[in-house]
Every structure is written in structure tokens, then in C-alpha cells.
Design a protein around this ligand. Structure first.
Ligand code: FAD
Length: 313
């Protein structure tokens, strides 16, 4: 069904408000509420009251207290446990499902962010429902509008699933006021299940390590800094630095990368560089298939060593 969306009428919305119970997933980083994740709250409000926020991680209570001031949230459920830091979906999905079942929520909403895109399909699978992605408009409690074919067509989706697991496009549901609310706080259930996963892989490990190692190397070379999408999504580097299919195309004299796997989408943005040099601890990493010069080793050792040598020259 392809058609242009129309906003729901006031009677439709007030009828919905009597039936629904929505859960909005809130994101945070290092104990601070991520305001862009409040798109889930704005969308939940369009469905009707009551709106419950959900937050988990080592500073969950402090974030919950901050989120309680957001206008339009009635209650915040929080779970304080470091296993849910960085929103690892393998850990977060079973936690969320337990709390959804306990609260009997009809609609679960998260931002269409890297976190939401990772988490919500797993939550939907565990609840045996189909996820509805990247909505830009709510027509009614079961009908949603979302762009498809890179925004060239608009799809209206009607879902009979229950509960409905939805990701929302941030720009379509701007965050409301972060002051003036007075939500109650409630501790959620913690199944303490699925905690085998730890965050790994991302070569530079953290923004602090990225900032400690990469600018001195770039300075020593007289180079600009770029980053992979994984590094950008993990918050190590600014979006504007992303190289690749969905980032910038670069073709410098020397492209020196450390802790880059060499995914095809990354190569799309840098493969025309004159000389490609790579440092990776995995000798089988795909980046070595395109590199002119390769060094198999730990970047935390090799990058400072290289920086030091370059400075001396
Ligand atoms: P990882 O995949 O986590 O790789 C880390 C690498 O670091 C590994 O090879 C590991 O061996 C190595 N490593 C780990 N620790 C160390 C250490 N101590 N010392 C040395 N080496 C170490 N990606 C982009 O970059 N740009 C894009 O524009 C882009 N667009 C995309 C578009 C789409 C539609 C999709 C689906 C994906 C896109 N991606 C893009 C993502 C891409 O598929 C990869 O997930 C991403 O490039 C991986 O980034 P990475 O190599 O930094 O991280």
C-alpha cells in the first residue's frame, strides 16, 4: 500500500490514549542522557498515555533521574548493571523482553540509531513479532508510515502483531522539553541472562584511546584524520571524519590505517589512495589484501613507536 500519510485526527488519538501503554527506550553515554534518543518519547506521546521510559547500565539511576524531568514521561524503569553499558544487544535484548512482559506494554519504541537498529530486531524476534523500522509518522495504533527505497517511496504499514516493536526516525519526532516533567522511578527486573558478550573488535577501543594515539601520529605525518563507521558509531570520532560508502571519499598520497578491518564499505572510500599502509593484529584481516605495506601487530604498541620514529626524522 503506497500513499501519502495524513496525521491522525484528534478523536482517533484520544481513543488510542485509553488503550495503550508505551515503552520508550532511552539511550545514554557515560551517565548522561542522550537527548536524540528522546525521539522515542515524542513518538510514544503521539500514540497516547501512559509513556514509560526505560534505561539500563551502570549509571542507570542517575540517568533515570535526569530523564524523569523530560516532559511527557509518566514513569522511568531503570536497571543498574554494567553489563548493559554500551547497549550490547546480546545482553540488552533479554533484559528488555523481561521488562516488556512484566509491564504488559503494547508498543515498544526506540530511536533508529545504531543502538536501536541493533537491539530492536532481536527484541522483536524474542517476542515473535515483526519489527517496524524507521517510522516517520503514526497514523493510528497499528498503522505507521516509513520511507523505503532510500526515501523515494512512502510505505504505510499496518501491523496486527502484539506488542509492536518500532524504531523511529529522529528527525521526524523531535525531542520535547527536557525540563518540567516529574516521572516516577521504578527499578526494573534484571534477568542477568545473556551476559557472555563483551564489546570488542573496534580497534581503538575508546574515544580516549583514539584521541591519545591518532592526533599525534597525524601531526607527525602532517596528515588529516579519518575514521571507520564502526569508530564513528562507537563515539570514538566525529561523524564528519567517516571514510567510506556512507562517508567521505579520500585519495591521499598515503592512507595509513590502524585497527581497520578493511570492510568493503570502508574500502569504497579510500581504495584510490596512492599508498595504503595498514597496522592490524590479525594477519588475515581483509585490509591486507589492498594494502601496499602491512604491519601485523598491536596498534597500541606500534602506533606510539611509529609516531616517535617519525618525530625524530
Ligand atoms: P571492526 O570491524 O571492529 O574491525 C576492527 C579491526 O581492528 C579488526 O580487523 C581487528 O583485527 C583490528 N584490531 C583490534 N584490536 C587491534 C589492536 N590492538 N591492534 C591492531 N589491530 C586491532 N564502514 C565504514 O568504515 N565506512 C562507511 O562509509 C560504511 N558504510 C556502510 C554502509 C552500509 C550500508 C553498511 C551495511 C556498512 C557500512 N560500513 C561502513 C560498516 C562496515 O561494514 C564495517 O562494519 C566497518 O567498516 C568496520 O569498521 P572497523 O574496521 O573500524 O571495525
Amino acid at each position: 500500500q503506497l500513499r501519502i500519510a495524513r496525521p491522525p485526527t484528534a478523536p482517533q488519538l484520544s481513543a488510542l490514549a485509553r488503550l495503550l501503554s508505551t515503552l520508550a527506550i532511552l539511550e545514554h553515554r557515560e551517565g548522561k542522557l542522550n537527548v536524540s534518543s528522546l525521539a522515542s518519547v515524542s513518538a510514544a506521546q503521539k500514540l497516547g498515555e501512559p509513556v514509560t521510559g526505560f534505561v539500563a547500565g551502570s549509571n542507570a539511576k542517575a540517568v533515570a533521574e535526569e530523564a524523569a524531568k523530560v516532559e511527557g514521561i509518566d514513569k522511568i524503569i531503570y536497571v543498574e548493571n554494567g553489563a548493559y553499558d554500551k547497549g550490547l544487544p546480546e545482553n540488552f535484548a533479554p533484559l528488555l523482553v523481561e521488562n516488556i512482559k512484566k509491564g504488559g506494554f503494547t508498543h515498544i519504541l526506540a530511536g533508529h540509531s545504531a543502538f536501536g537498529k541493533n537491539l530492536m530486531p532481536r527484541v522483536a524476534a524474542l517476542l515473535d513479532t515483526q519489527q517496524i523500522s524507521d517510522i516517520t509518522h503514526i497514523e493510528s495504533e497499528d498503522t505507521f508510515v516509513r520511507p523505503i527505497y532510500a526515501g523515494n517511496a512512502i510505505l504505510t504499514v499496518k501491523s496486527t502483531d502484539s506488542p509492536k516493536v518500532i524504531t523511529v526516525r529522529g528527525t521526524a519526532f523531535p525531542a520535547g522539553a527536557t525540563e518540567g516533567g516529574s516521572a516516577s522511578l521504578e527499578e526494573g527486573v534484571d534477568p542477568k541472562a545473556g551476559h557472555e558478550s563483551r564489546l570488542g573488535g573496534r580497534g581503538l577501543k575508546s574515544k580516549e584511546e583514539f584521541d591519545r594515539l591518532m592526533p599525534p601520529l597525524a601531526d607527525a605525518l602532517g596528515a588529516a584524520i579519518g575514521a571507520s563507521r564502526a569508530a564513528v558509531d562507537s563515539g570514538f570520532a566525529d561523524n564528519s571524519l567517516q571514510v567510506g560508502q556512507t562517508g567521505k571519499n579520500v585519495a591521499p598520497q598515503l592512507y595509513l590505517c590502524a585497527g581497520i578491518s578493511g570492510a568493503i564499505q570502508h574500502l569504497a572510500g579510500m581504495k584510490d589512495s596512492k599508498v595504503i599502509a595498514a597496522i592490524n593484529k590479525d594477519g588475515d584481516a581483509p585490509i591486507f589484501q589492498v594494502a601496499d605495506v602491512g604491519l601485523v601487530g598491536d596498534l597500541f604498541e606500534k602506533v606510539p613507536e611509529l609516531t616517535e620514529k617519525l618525530r625524530k626524522e
